[in-house]
Design a binder for this molecule. Structure first.
Ligand SMILES: [Zn+2]
Length: 285
């Protein structure tokens, strides 16, 4: 997300908005101010709050408008130097939202699949977006110390995997990078957060910072269109069930949940023992 924000800042900064178009009605979560308030607004900064991307614009009336998007799992942003002249039409395609600048460039927000979760908000204050005000600390901020991480984990009798991907506890790690962090830390995703020793917390903190930093370094300078491929190629275990662990060569396994899955290496993370997959064992009964 950090790279996407940097990429978009470079491309969109200083451009004047010509129009915003909705192709999927459920995508827009706010109605005041109306989308038309963006016409003539100038993009200043592009920043990030956890998994939210914030296009900060100076509106013609002198106010500041924030076009905030949450791409969700299947959402993507595609920049184009020349947008089609015809308006975006609601339909069955992946297009959800389109922003066009006065010079003809712009971007589409698309979402694959049938579960429509991509969200767009137009607000005067990013804290008005549900989810932003309640975000946990940014793990790459200088004040995110091992002590801060320890404080977040202390007393939580929940699995470390769930804690790491919970945006309200720590912002911005998410499902994919929590798998990567736990693999690099050689820690079981089912380990209880409250059971981590001070040394475990220090090691986990170091891995969180190094994993996220290297992800950003790998993808910095890549255009948004290339980021998705780069993210996948940089992952050791996430999305790679059935493949070989790049560290030890064991087969990467998966645990499925109702609407997500985690991947891990038994040899690296769970003493060689596969974790219980409730969905799978239910099927086998
Ligand atoms: Zn391994």
């Amino acid at each position: 997300m950090q790279s996407l924000a940097a990429d978009l800042r470079q491309r969109a900064g200083g451009r004047v908005i010509d129009r915003a178009e909705i192709a999927e009605f459920s995508v827009l979560k706010t109605y005041d101010p109306p989308l038309a308030a963006l016409v003539g607004a100038v993009v200043g900064d592009v920043t990030r709050y956890g998994k939210f991307l914030d296009l900060v614009t100076a509106a013609p009336d002198g106010g500041t408008l924030h076009l905030v998007t949450h791409l969700a799992r299947a959402g993507w942003l595609r920049w184009r130097d020349e947008m089609p002249a015809s308006p975006a039409r609601p339909g069955k395609g992946p297009l959800a939202f389109r922003l066009v600048f006065a010079d003809g460039a712009g971007f589409d927000l698309t979402e694959a699949g049938t579960r429509k979760r991509l969200a767009v908000y137009l607000v005067r204050d990013p804290a008005d977006v549900p989810g932003i005000a309640s975000l946990g600390p940014d793990p790459l901020a200088p004040d995110f110390t091992p002590e801060v991480l320890g404080g977040l984990l202390a007393g939580r009798r929940t699995q470390i995997k769930g804690v790491l991907r919970d945006q309200k506890i720590i912002a911005g790690i998410g499902n994919a990078y929590s798998d990567e962090v736990l693999h690099a830390a050689r820690m079981s995703p089912f380990r209880l957060a409250s059971s981590l020793t001070e040394a475990d917390v220090a090691a986990l903190h170091a891995v969180i910072v190094s994993t996220l930093t290297s992800a950003i370094e790998r993808s910095s300078g890549l255009a948004a269109a290339d980021l998705k491929a780069e993210k996948k190629s940089g992952l050791a275990v996430h999305g790679r069930a059935g493949e070989k662990c790049p560290v030890c060569g064991d087969v990467i396994r998966e645990v499925s949940f109702a609407d997500s899955a985690l991947q891990y290496c038994p040899t690296c993370q769970t003493g060689g023992k596969p974790l219980a997959d409730r969905r799978l064992s239910r099927l086998l009964k």
